[in-house]
Design a protein around this ligand. Structure first.
Ligand code: ZN
Length: 289
């Protein structure tokens, strides 16, 4: 599977509980406000207090909660958007980021309605709701990236080792270490698409859960990537009977929910460090839908 952000629960003194880790399809949750900050265009995070941010600016605010159903940007997946509300106050979430185990919901209070002076207070209970359409799209894109990994294996490209995955709508791709002979690239592109079509039409349940390390390794074909700590309980995503992979993102409930996967191009990524002799990664770009 693609290399993604370490899918372990964040460490730290007061981490934000990630609701989607356990219940990936929940779109609503409740939480308690830990902090509300005005933020500058470029938030300056303090090393001592992770959510201490700088200066006042144009109404942009960061809300920190004890738990969140919002997916912060990371692991190749974009942030959720949506609304956080309390009595008399609505906060429109435009971006979500995680830092040192805390999740920052960036956005603006909706001043259009009555009681526009109201803001969240520390300790206040709030309701969270993510934008379902955007979440659904992001989940399909992320699942399609994992499906591509399965297809790469099924069409016999065993020499390719998954690297970085990028599941954003503006040009999703997965990078692989390894090579495909130039004269086979067009055939493999067609084979990948046919295999994706077959898997999507067959469908298979998507399992997402947190496991003890040894069990997680078994589910992933016997071993886990070295960036997963042996002391951790990794979160594993598994499509049907195929080997799973560590992942911190959100997914569809069944492969059949991915509309389609069309491979746009297979090419060798720009050799930034080629003069040091590093091999160029193969990049497979695709679209879903
Ligand atoms: Zn993933």
């Amino acid at each position: 599977m693609a290399t993604e952000a370490a899918p372990a629960r964040p460490a730290g003194p007061t981490p934000t509980k990630l609701v989607y880790f356990d219940d990936m399809w929940a779109l609503r949750s409740a939480a308690t406000v830990l902090a509300v900050h005005q933020v500058s265009p470029s938030p300056l995070f303090s090393a001592v207090h992770a959510y201490e941010v700088a200066a006042e600016e144009g109404g942009r605010v960061a809300v920190v909660l004890d738990a969140t159903v919002f997916h912060p940007q990371g692991g190749g997946q974009p942030a959720d958007t949506g609304v956080i509300s309390a009595a008399g106050a609505r906060f429109l979430v435009e971006d979500v980021r995680a830092k040192d185990g805390l999740v920052f919901h960036y956005g603006r209070f909706d001043d259009a309605g009555e009681g526009c002076e109201h803001r969240f207070k520390e300790g206040e209970s709030v309701s969270l709701e993510v934008d379902a359409e955007r979440r659904s799209f992001n989940s399909r894109l992320h699942s399609a990236g994992h499906l591509l990994d399965i297809c790469v294996h099924n069409v016999g490209l065993f020499q390719l080792e998954p690297g970085k995955g990028y599941h954003f709508p503006d040009g999703p791709f997965v990078e692989y270490k390894g090579a495909i002979p130039q004269d086979q690239i067009q055939d493999k592109k067609n084979e990948l698409e046919r295999e994706a079509k077959r898997l999507i039409s067959e469908g298979a349940k998507v399992l997402v859960s947190i496991f003890p390390y040894e069990e997680a390794a078994k589910l992933c074909g016997g071993s886990l990537p070295s960036y997963i700590s042996k002391d951790s309980t990794p979160r594993i995503v598994k499509f049907g009977e195929y080997p799973g992979g560590p992942c911190g993102g959100t997914h569809v409930a069944d492969i059949s929910s991915i509309n389609s996967l069309k491979v746009i191009t297979i090419f060798y990524a720009k050799p930034v460090f080629s003069h040091f002799g590093f091999p160029m990664p193969i990049k497979i770009m695709w679209v879903e839908g």
